[in-house]
Design a protein around this ligand. Structure first.
Ligand SMILES: *[C@@H]1O[C@H](CO)[C@@H](O)[C@H](O)[C@H]1NC(C)=O
Ligand SMILES: *[C@@H]1O[C@H](CO)[C@@H](O)[C@H](O)[C@H]1NC(C)=O
Ligand SMILES: *[C@@H]1O[C@H](CO)[C@@H](O)[C@H](O)[C@H]1NC(C)=O
Ligand SMILES: *[C@@H]1O[C@H](CO)[C@@H](O)[C@H](O)[C@H]1NC(C)=O
Ligand SMILES: *[C@@H]1O[C@H](CO)[C@@H](O)[C@H](O)[C@H]1NC(C)=O
Ligand SMILES: *[C@@H]1O[C@H](CO)[C@@H](O)[C@H](O)[C@H]1NC(C)=O
Length: 672
């Protein structure tokens, strides 16, 4: 009888604590990339053989594989410049997912750790690293440690930790025991009496010996308290091994056969405090006279617990509200989780920051409205775009779009810091870049001398990476549609940053790959299929990129006539010289140094990007590969479209309201 009451009571308690946990659970951000660029201290320069080897190795990293067990290890290059790379996927992911994870990792890691010979990256489903020395079969860097916790605290921490320990010991031994193909184990273990289960996974790179794997995991287990004491979940990542635990099953049990760790033999004097004590109190029966006493005691215990629970609830509610305030500043830096309101600025703040949108602070007039320079109270300088077009979206949609755009963070994109929404006012607040836009520097006879070939090449590669991120890596698949020199801003080191991305989304312009009646873009940069038929695809941006590259190399503005005698646009001019083998005529005379081969190759790539036939243009990912590998041969371009022809056709097209202005508005976008 007592047993039953106690069991019901415990079930109730665990149910209530689950409710409690649900309300305090926080979102995790598992697919964030976590690079570590300081696992070694060697560096390379962009022109070194090491760099070339790295690019070659990484561009092909997973395409070569015949094995499907989730561990890849390759090297490339001659001795002093050999690059070694290895990738390990979590034991339960399918080969396809694994390759795609590693492919992303191989692309992102050099971007995140430019010029580092050695680098390491952790993703939710894979780890990836490269180095100038072989890592195969070596237990490297035992002190390396990356850890994350699931911020939720375990309901019964002592028991949970105990179950976790038992689980990890078993997983360690089983993973280490795996063959030379796979060293991974997963399973679960339950607490003695509080009804919780902890799920875990432990894994080593299969090139380690059993002993090394055991050592590595042992070290990992001993690191758990550093990150994850009393938490329901956590991950410890090391160069050769990693482990993870959660209170819910997070791996696929059809791939890794889970091990169920048995409960230890029950000793009745289980640890102090709380429910486990209850059975001990009146266990030995003294007959019927005792029954009422027992009921009273149980009732009192239940009463006390309900009060305790209420107190705990109040405590958690208090802690949660306190936490959100404390963490606000911290969270601003985080990529994935961002409280909506931290991005929203108060209209009065911005009005004050821009001196009531004074003309003195006006940086320029873009297609979507004027841009002002502003200074916030903390002296941070910002650029404020005051949208003048009616976006045709409600406040909520606008806010959602802006929040999505704010998540797009890449070093070649202008960073969106926030927005402001008040009445009909809609403002976008961006980081401020003092060096103005590319057209200002590139087309100015004095400024352009700052742009030697190294800088121009860096700008070309940076723009390519920015577009690639928009097209592929950002998850949103953004087509910019209005890439041009005035939309490329330059930072202090003349690194390019793309501005005005996501505008098409913000203005509710049809984003599907279908025809659209609304044309947003700039004459001279626009792909013919878009200008003539409104066809949308990522190849639009590829076309504009090609034009940009030709402008950067020639220092000529595409919308200007180059050769006064026989009027021609930049494309015809480039094509003529390309065909006649006089490419040096194309190159800006200001460029005195620089590899001819590299310049010619860039012109070649640009010509491929501006092919009239959409299918003949490469995708941005291929462009990046072409830019990075000097060895691979490129297809021959055919004659690019004649912009003069289709621009006159464009004039004939009926236009809708203000889009026409946008089309003609060839300059002064963004911050100027
Ligand atoms: C960094 O350089 C120092 C001195 O050259 C060397 O002793 C050390 O081992 C290097 N560290 C790593 C992690 O390679
Ligand atoms: C791919 O395989 C070929 C032939 O086996 C080899 O020469 C090449 O180095 C491999 N590529 C990579 C990136 O390992
Ligand atoms: C890239 O992979 C392909 C396909 O397996 C292979 O034939 C080629 O040799 C590899 N290239 C390099 C540079 O490793
Ligand atoms: C990994 O690399 C090592 C040394 O570079 C080589 O001996 C080994 O065969 C490679 N293993 C796999 C699975 O590619
Ligand atoms: C990267 O790894 C090194 C060496 O293991 C470590 O000292 C350093 O703190 C790590 N850096 C980051 C950002 O985690
Ligand atoms: C623990 O693992 C065993 C063995 O696969 C499985 O039967 C059981 O359902 C798991 N327990 C939980 C709570 O998932």
């Amino acid at each position: 009888m007592t047993r039953i009451t106690v069991t019901i009571f415990l079930a109730l308690l665990s149910f209530l604590s689950h409710l409690l946990i649900l309300t305090t659970q926080q979102e995790q951000h598992p697919d964030t990339v976590h690079p570590n660029c300081s696992i070694g201290n060697g560096t390379y320069t962009d022109t070194s053989p090491y760099h070339n080897n790295l690019i070659t190795l990484l561009s092909n990293f997973t395409s070569n594989t015949t094995d499907d067990y989730g561990f890849y290890n390759y090297s490339y290059g001659q001795n002093p410049n050999t690059v070694y790379a290895s990738g390990l996927c979590r034991g339960d992911v399918t080969p396809d997912v694994c390759r795609s994870c590693l492919k992303n990792a191989a692309r992102l890691l050099p971007q995140n750790c430019p010029n580092q010979k050695e680098a390491f990256l952790y993703y939710d489903l894979c780890i990836f690293q490269y180095s100038s020395s072989s890592m195969f079969g070596i237990y490297v860097d035992p002190d390396f440690y990356y850890a994350f916790n699931n911020p939720e605290s375990a309901a019964d921490a002592d028991q949970y930790t105990d179950a976790l320990d038992r689980l990890m010991q078993v997983l360690k031994t089983n993973a280490a025991d795996g063959g030379s193909d796979r060293k991974v184990a997963a399973g679960n273990s339950s607490t003695l009496s509080s009804g919780q289960t902890v799920h875990g996974l432990a894994q080593c790179t299969p090139d380690l010996t059993e002993q090394e794997c055991d050592d590595c995991l042992l070290k990992g287990i001993s690191d758990i308290p550093l990150c994850c004491q009393n938490k329901v979940g956590g991950r410890v990542i090391k160069r050769n091994c990693n482990l993870r635990f959660e209170k819910v099953r997070f791996y696929d049990p059809t791939v890794i056969d889970p091990i169920q760790v048995p409960l230890p033999p029950s000793t009745d004097n289980s640890p102090s405090q709380g429910p486990p004590d209850a059975p001990n109190v009146p266990s030995s029966g003294e007959g019927k006279s005792n029954r009422s006493r027992i009921i009273i005691i149980v009732a009192v215990v239940i009463g006390a617990f309900i009060i305790l629970l209420i107190l705990i609830l109040i405590y958690f509610a208090y802690r949660k509200s306190k936490k959100t305030i404390d963490n606000e500043a911290e969270k601003k830096d985080e990529e994935e989780i961002k409280p909506d309101d931290s991005l929203q600025f108060d209209f009065e703040t911005i009005r004050a920051a821009t001196d009531n949108f004074s003309t003195a602070n006006k940086l320029g007039q873009g297609g979507f409205g004027p841009v002002y320079k502003g200074k916030l109270r903390d002296r941070q300088e910002v650029a404020v775009k005051r949208l003048s077009m009616n976006s045709g979206q409600g406040d909520l949609e606008f806010k959602n779009e802006v929040l999505l755009m704010a998540k797009l963070q890449h070093r070649n994109l202008v960073r969106l810091l926030g927005f402001c929404l008040e009445g009909i006012e809609r403002l976008l607040i961006y980081e401020y870049l003092p060096n103005r836009s590319l057209d200002y520097v590139l087309f100015d006879p004095i400024q352009r001398t700052r742009l030697n070939w190294e800088v121009r090449y860096k700008i070309i590669v940076g723009i390519a990476r920015g577009i690639l991120y928009l097209h592929e890596d950002s998850r949103l698949r953004i087509i910019h549609r209005d890439l041009k020199a005035s939309n490329i801003l330059l930072d202090k080191e003349l690194n390019p940053k793309i501005a005005d991305f996501g505008m098409a989304r913000l203005f509710d312009i049809d984003q599907t790959q279908s025809n659209t009646s609304k044309i947003v873009g700039t004459y001279g940069y626009m792909a013919p299929e878009y200008a003539l038929h409104g066809q949308i695809s990522t190849k639009l941006d590829v076309f504009s990129f090609g034009i940009l590259v030709l402008e950067i190399i020639s220092g000529q503005n595409n919308s200007n006539v180059i050769d006064e005698e026989n009027i021609q646009d930049l494309l015809s001019f480039v094509w003529k010289n390309w065909r006649e083998g006089t490419t040096s005529n194309i190159v800006d005379p200001v460029i005195s140094s620089g590899s001819r081969d590299e310049i010619t190759r860039c012109i070649h790539i640009a010509l491929l990007c501006v092919q009239e036939n959409v299918g003949d243009r490469p995708i941005m990912a291929s462009v990046e590969v072409m830019l990075n590998s000097y060895s691979s041969s490129l297809p021959l371009p055919s004659r690019p479209p004649c912009l003069m022809n289709f621009s006159s056709t464009l004039e004939m097209q009926p236009r809708e309201e203000n889009e026409g202005e946008q089309v003609r508005n060839s300059a002064q976008e963004a911050q100027k």
